[in-house]
Design a binder for this molecule. Structure first.
Ligand code: FAD
Ligand code: UDP
Length: 400
């Protein structure tokens, strides 16, 4: 039972309007309260309700479902991603099969262009990038590999986000493509961040200009929000939006809790705040058909205050006379979008994790609750695995 319709995103040119409706006829005690209607919470709610027949109350403090993957039609009728570009890609057939119950797909292979010293070149760095930046005519993988090898630095250990790039392509490409972008994005020097951050972006010797190489790359045909609506449209699920966990906790008795918000918030920051990086999104609609040549253009230079510009029509395939774009400005304060991967933060997280493990009937799932820089498919995989674990523990209890 979808107590509250997920606002007016289905139709173009309708404004989002939050209307928190408290369930009129609610069970005396829910089997499970799920906090957060992003991927982690929605998958858990759907599985517990449809897979195990549990009565679930799903809440979110935001006025919409979908978490950071939420998309909506703007005033010009263009489907935009409210929290920046979300591109679905995975190598897991299980995750594709699961989501395909709730959506059709539009094939889409994401391409990113970097604006470097006045040139627009493919990112990740590939052979085309090298030829354009250095005015070369490298014509084979071997030639490109030799170019990288001649510049790569041998380091005693590869620990940081800077080490990972410098040891692969050398300092000049690092400075042109990674140093400024990373300093802006994270408010830290790449030498202070874990190598996993820049290892997300490969370096190529061929001319493949796709951002991802996963076997499955596609966008939900009617958008993420429509897919979430279908996932949550189940008689065992009640949904409340614009509601804080601290307000719902006592008002809605529940036997179990799934928490997908920030883990440090759950424990009232008892060990201090876990650092998160935030972003400000500036959405614009332009009275022209196209703005740029790809879905995303990155601006690594520190003289430009934003990191990237997204133009949604490339990603969604929508045809419209106008176009909508989003500028991303990294911020220290605001919504917690990115856990910051470095040793010190991981140590602090481990202290919170020890508290989570000591709790009975409370499960922590998702990017914020497990403090992991996860993509959507990884969060879905984590939630499906968590559900399987819960179900087999419950069937073990029944048999015993
Ligand atoms: P969230 O989506 O953050 O959901 C958590 C929800 O919990 C939120 O809606 C929040 O309001 C709610 N909540 C928290 N605390 C409380 C509380 N106390 N009470 C009530 N509600 C609460 N992944 C990809 O695979 N591809 C991409 O291209 C991609 N691009 C991204 C771009 C950006 C700018 C960002 C920030 C992330 C991107 N991601 C991408 C990652 C993706 O957004 C996440 O992996 C995924 O959305 C995380 O889902 P989640 O449910 O764990 O968290
Ligand atoms: N990065 C960079 N330059 C780029 C793209 C990425 O330096 O043009 C670095 C940066 O530190 C970024 C990280 O690589 O945070 C991961 O990039 P990704 O595109 O995966 O970031 P996300 O989409 O998760 O924000």
């Amino acid at each position: 039972r979808l107590v509250q319709e997920a606002i007016g995103e289905k139709r173009p040119a309708r404004r989002s309007k939050a209307q928190a409706v408290w369930p009129a006829e609610r069970p005396r005690c829910y089997d499970c309260l799920v906090v957060g209607a992003g991927f982690a919470g929605a998958v858990m709610a759907e599985r517990l309700a449809a897979g195990s027949g549990k009565k679930v109350l799903l809440i979110d403090r935001r006025p919409h479902i979908g978490g950071n993957a939420h998309d909506r039609f703007d005033e010009a009728g263009i489907l935009i991603h409210h929290y920046g570009p979300h591109i679905f890609h995975t190598n897991s057939a299980e995750i594709v099969d699961y989501l395909s119950r709730f959506t059709r797909w539009r094939p889409y292979e994401h391409r990113v262009i970097a604006s470097v010293e006045g040139k627009l070149v493919p990112m990740p760095i590939n052979r085309t990038t090298l030829n354009a930046i250095y005015d070369l005519s490298l014509s084979s993988d071997e030639e490109a590999e030799a170019f990288f090898a001649a510049r790569a630095e041998t380091l005693p250990a590869i620990r940081s986000a800077a080490d990972a790039v410098i040891s692969r392509v050398g300092r000049d490409l690092y400075a042109k493509f990674f140093r400024g972008y990373t300093r802006k994005q994270w408010g830290m020097d790449p030498s202070e961040l874990d190598k996993s951050v820049t290892c997300r972006v490969p370096v190529r010797t061929n001319m493949d200009d796709r951002y991802f190489t996963d076997r499955f790359q596609a966008m939900p045909a009617e958008g993420f929000t429509r897919m979430f609506e279908r996932m949550l449209d189940h008689p065992n699920i009640d949904l409340l939006l614009g509601v804080e966990y601290r307000d719902a906790r006592a008002a809605y008795p529940h036997a179990e809790l799934v928490f997908t918000g920030p883990v440090d918030e759950y424990f009232d920051y008892c060990f201090g705040k876990l650092p998160y990086r935030s972003l400000e999104f500036r959405h614009r609609t332009l009275d022209q058909q196209w703005f740029q040549k790809a879905g995303v253009v990155n601006y690594p230079s520190e003289t430009v205050p934003y990191t990237r510009i997204t133009e949604y029509k490339h990603i969604t395939g929508q045809i419209a006379p106008k176009t909508s774009i989003t500028y991303e400005y990294p911020r220290a304060e605001g919504d917690p979008f990115y856990p910051i991967p470095c040793e010190e933060n991981q140590k602090l997280f481990k202290r919170y994790e020890a508290l989570t493990l000591a709790l009975a009937n409370v499960i922590f799932v998702g990017r914020l609750a497990t403090y992991r820089y996860y993509n959507m498919d990884q969060v879905i995989g984590q939630a499906l695995a968590t559900y399987r674990r819960l179900r087999s523990a419950a069937s073990g209890r029944v048999q015993a």
